[in-house]
Design a protein around this ligand. Sequence first.
Ligand code: SF4
Length: 363
Amino acid sequence: MENERKKIVVSGMRPTGRLHLGNYWGALKNWVDLQEKYDCFFFVADWHVLTTATEKTEAIRENARLMVIDWLAAGLDPQKCVFFRQSEIKEHSELYLLLSMVTPVSWLLRNPTFKETLLELHKQKYKGQEDKAKMAEGASKKLLEAHAGGEEDLAVTSELSTYGFLGYPVLQAADIVMYGADFVPVGKDQLPHLELTREIARKFNRVFGAGLLKEPGALLTQAPMVPGLDGRKMSKSYNNSIELGEAPKSVEAKIKRMFTDPLKLKVDDKGHPEGCVVFAFHKIYNKDYAARETECCGGTIGCGACKKHLFELMTPSLETFAERRAAYEGDPAKVDALLSAGSAKARAAAAAALSRINKSLKL
Ligand code: SF4
């Protein structure tokens, strides 16, 4: 019996070094599940780092390696999926160029992430320089107004608004449609980005030939909310994260620091689990978190015992991550070899796609 072709899934991550539990529960855990059901292409989006940070290139390669070690520690299996470095597949840049020929600049200027990130970059760049900061603030405001009211567009005049940065959604589209993705795993907030990819693919097909590129669908994923130790979003820059392969002892100390209900001081104080970071983690690691909610609200458990229980629940998976990580940590050559093997598979698929596309373009 002929094997039914599995649907194709494509997704990437910017290499920022070691991953934390927010990255794991927000995306990576889903990737590990997807590899069982789909033909998956997962890539290290190293060229995407350059769209906003051209000064820090020396860390990208090592950060990619550290991130891929976490992919492996989480359970991505090179026998079940293809993972690779984007920059090793030059076909991505060729398709990016071709897609850019049909993408109107107005579509890219509409991208809210571009505007928000540009504003953030301005703030960072002019931090501590009051006059310039004011200028930047005003200019950023002007940028936002420009899109609503058609004023002079800072997106066009700012030195931080580079051609590559404005055009990153085109590169993103190339990354995805290259492999004929049926689906891209996304959260609700990323749907507009995927829609832009679909629009670009549609336009390309209209101009150069029907059916040349597949419009990818969304694989909507519901990820649990993983707050940082202080209750804000988990982020390395807030110094409130727990790394994926972090040693259990260190995690235990961090759980002790987790933000809880400030009004619950004694065991028999009635607590408010909503807003308590420890409880947010119980919701992920404790099947019977509803019972914990009742105990907390009823004042029958103290925060110390609640934290201790959380650590016990988390320990098995922390140990598994740490063990798997250790197998690759001192051996960068092993990680590079896995990435190279993945790149060879991705390159074959990309080259075939480009050859088909170029034929249609009669180049
Ligand atoms: S008992 Fe647990 S859930 Fe309730 S406030 Fe304390 S740490 Fe949070």
